[in-house]
Ligand binder design. Structure first.
Ligand code: SF4
Length: 676
């Protein structure tokens, strides 16, 4: 095999890669997401391609099995659970690592054939609050802007996003724009000083979860200084008096910022028409995540700063295919092609298109509730795909127990040993990056091909094929696909329903395209890359909504634990952990603590700190975190460390609108740990 054009399997930037079977990896100079740039993780992909630790054959009860026995067992147990306990007694938990084609057939199976929407994904932990905020404001889950807006903005506001480590190529793009145009201003809003702060002209070290107060204060400032666009509001936004009244109820001093700093930020924002507000997990992973999203969007709507070059709210997704999953209805409260699961006409149209026997009738269980249903016995059969919830979900030990409590459990995954794999009955070997083919969609709605350039090892199979094989054994037609191209064509043709119901997603021009040669393509296909340029939104009246938002009550726990990625690792390290180059960055779990707190606790640099139920972390003392807060990375698992597992510490709750867990909001006690 020769060099192929493919897409990075890590973050939602979606960088194009030139990959060779001998492991050589280069950035694709022609891919519009990265123009040849790669970060440390993408560059080290060649070090992660060996088959050490791979799951190479199916296992039943820890013993090697053949595919026929394993697939028959999965189909039989799912069928039996459905017939005895109903369709809502089974569930699938997927991943932003799945390709769009995998996601599509998994959703088709659950929502159109089994007749339940109990299919959720680890994207619930990533950007569910953004999806909910988009739907409230725009009427559908639409990302308005494009990466080019970062090149054209005069002000970029980064909220709750350590872009330098988590979306490094976008950070490099902003750094390059700033070098070329010194007038470009960057504001970083984060309770923590991070590598991203180095690029910022202004770092606002706000109190955790005070984002709504900050942006409500901005909205009030925009009104008071007549910086709002009344024409735009009158023509394109539903009356927003409640939103303004609620904004006035907020006290921006709750952010902990001085009045002078607040004024500096508000004046800069108000006085700079071309502003892009980029946000990520510091916004989404919160009990007020959806409100934070709408607080940002409110300010853009109030000024008409949306849908035009260099302006708009811009959510960046964490995973390589979080967006593709959203497109095919990969969350328990969505349908394919951005149709509404709670609309009977939408459900009927989708069922007619699929000609399927048993359409779901209501939203399914979101991730946290799904695992609660596993714990209390409602779920009788569970299939987990390409993810590791026994370590990545909040309160992970309880989630591991919940999985063990389900009478029949399956994991399809690349790796032989994971924390989740230790809890299940059946392991199915899945093909990995470089071995399978399909599409992913990045944060700016650009569909790109992942292409195989390596042979599939052992008996592993692509996820789409495993799902279709089980569906066929359950007696369902509609899964007789020859390959991912076939699946993509069906899905792309289906998106005609989106336009039919006045929604945004239309990939129909790609239904007859040459799949093998498909270039990176942004939707809406063949049109302006930005949505809302004409001021029309996807609510029935064509207008956007400003949302009235109350400031959440802020808690003052003993310590508030903030979690996130480090520069050179990805999620639970099943792949990046193989790279010696990446391992050299940071070798063990650590907890970052403010000097004043370190003094009170009596800890010195490199001492050990016990958090919560006794998870042990190496101490890193720095004033990059605020007093009363800690930061710890999320990557280490029971497979890779004996302690330092952040998700063993229960989170404080979920966003009531989106169901996204507040992974950045655990309240913990902290004590010095003496290893002797
Ligand atoms: Fe991969 Fe993201 Fe790095 Fe690009 S920025 S190379 S997509 S991890």
């Amino acid at each position: 095999m020769k060099q192929v054009r493919t897409t990075c399997p890590y973050c939602g930037v979606g960088c194009g890669i030139l990959a060779s079977p001998d492991g050589r990896i280069e950035g694709d100079p022609d891919h519009p997401a990265n123009f040849g740039r790669l970060c440390s993780k993408g560059s080290a992909l060649g070090e992660t391609l060996d088959i050490q630790g791979r799951l190479l054959a199916p296992q039943i009860g820890g013993r090697r099995a053949d595919w026929t026995a394993a697939l028959d067992l999965v189909a039989d147990r799912f069928t039996a659970a459905i017939s005895q306990h109903g369709p809502d007694s089974v569930a699938i938990y997927g991943s932003g690592q799945l390709l769009t084609e995998d996601y599509y057939v998994a959703n088709k199976l659950m929502k159109g054939y089994i007749g339940s929407a109990n299919i959720d994904t680890n994207s619930r932990l990533c950007m569910a609050s953004t999806v909910a905020g988009h739907k409230r404001a725009f009427g559908t889950d639409t990302v308005p802007g494009t990466y080019e807006d970062l090149d054209e903005a005069d002000l970029i506001v980064l909220v709750g996003s350590n872009l330098a480590w988590c979306h490094p190529v976008l950070y490099q793009r902003i750094a390059a724009a700033k070098a070329a145009r010194p007038a470009l201003r960057v504001v970083n809003i984060d309770p923590r000083m991070t590598a991203t702060s180095a690029l910022a002209d202004l770092h606002l070290q706000i109190k955790a979860d005070s984002d709504v107060a900050l942006f409500n204060g901005l909205l009030a400032h925009l009104v008071d200084t007549q910086a709002i666009d009344l024409d735009y509001l009158n023509n394109h936004v539903v009356v927003c008096r409640d939103a303004v009244a609620a904004a006035r109820q907020s006290d921006p001093r709750d952010t902990g910022l001085t009045p002078q700093t607040l004024q500096q930020f508000y004046q800069l924002w108000a006085g700079t028409p071309r502003v892009v507000t980029v946000y990520s997990q510091g916004v989404n992973q919160s009990t007020s995540g959806t409100d934070k999203v709408n607080a940002i969007i409110n300010c853009h709507l109030a000024t008409g700063r949306i849908g035009q070059p260099g302006m708009g709210p811009f959510s960046v997704t964490g995973q390589p295919n979080a967006m593709g999953g959203r497109e095919v209805g990969g969350l328990a409260n969505m349908l394919a092609a951005h149709l509404d699961i709670e609309d009977a006409d939408h459900r009927a149209a989708l069922q007619a298109a699929w000609q399927s026997p048993a359409m779901c009738t209501k939203p399914g269980l979101k991730a946290v509730d799904l695992f609660k249903a596993c714990a209390d016995g409602r779920i009788k059969a569970l299939w987990i795909m390409s993810t590791n919830p026994a370590v990545s979900m909040p309160d992970a030990p309880a989630v591991a127990d919940a999985i063990r409590n389900v009478p029949f459990t399956v994991l399809s995954d690349m790796m032989a040993r994971t924390d989740t794999g230790d809890c299940v009955d059946v392991l199915l070997p899945a093909a990995g990056w470089g071995e399978k083919s399909g599409t992913v969609t990045n944060s700016e709605r650009r569909v790109s091909r992942q292409r195989a350039f390596l042979p599939i090892p052992g008996e592993a199979r692509p996820d789409w094929q495993i799902i279709c094989d089980v569906a066929g054994r359950m007696g369902f037609d509609g899964f007789d696909f020859a390959g991912p191209a076939d699946i993509f064509r069906e899905y792309a043709a289906l998106t005609r329903l989106s336009r039919q119901f006045g929604k945004d997603l239309d990939l129909t021009p790609l239904a007859n395209a040459d799949y093998d040669a498909l270039p990176p393509t942004q939707w809406p296909v063949g049109q302006s890359p930005r949505f809302f340029a004409d001021g029309r939104f996807f609510h029935a009246d064509g207008k956007a909504r400003m949302i009235a938002l109350k400031t959440p009550a802020l808690t003052t726990p003993t310590f508030r634990l903030n979690t996130g990625r480090i520069r050179d690792q990805w999620h639970t390290m099943t792949r990046t952990g193989k790279s010696a180059t990446l391992g050299a960055h940071l070798a063990e779990p650590y907890a970052e603590i403010h000097p004043s707190d370190a003094t009170v606790l009596g800890v010195a640099p490199a001492d050990l700190l016990a958090l919560g139920d006794g998870q042990i972390f190496r101490v890193l003392i720095s004033d990059r975190v605020a007093p009363g807060t800690l930061f710890a990375p999320m990557h280490w698992t029971r497979q890779t460390a004996t302690s330092g597992l952040v998700n063993s510490i229960p989170a404080i709750g979920v966003d009531p609108v989106s169901g996204q867990p507040a992974l950045k909001g655990a309240q913990v006690t902290a004590t010095r740990f003496d290893a002797g």
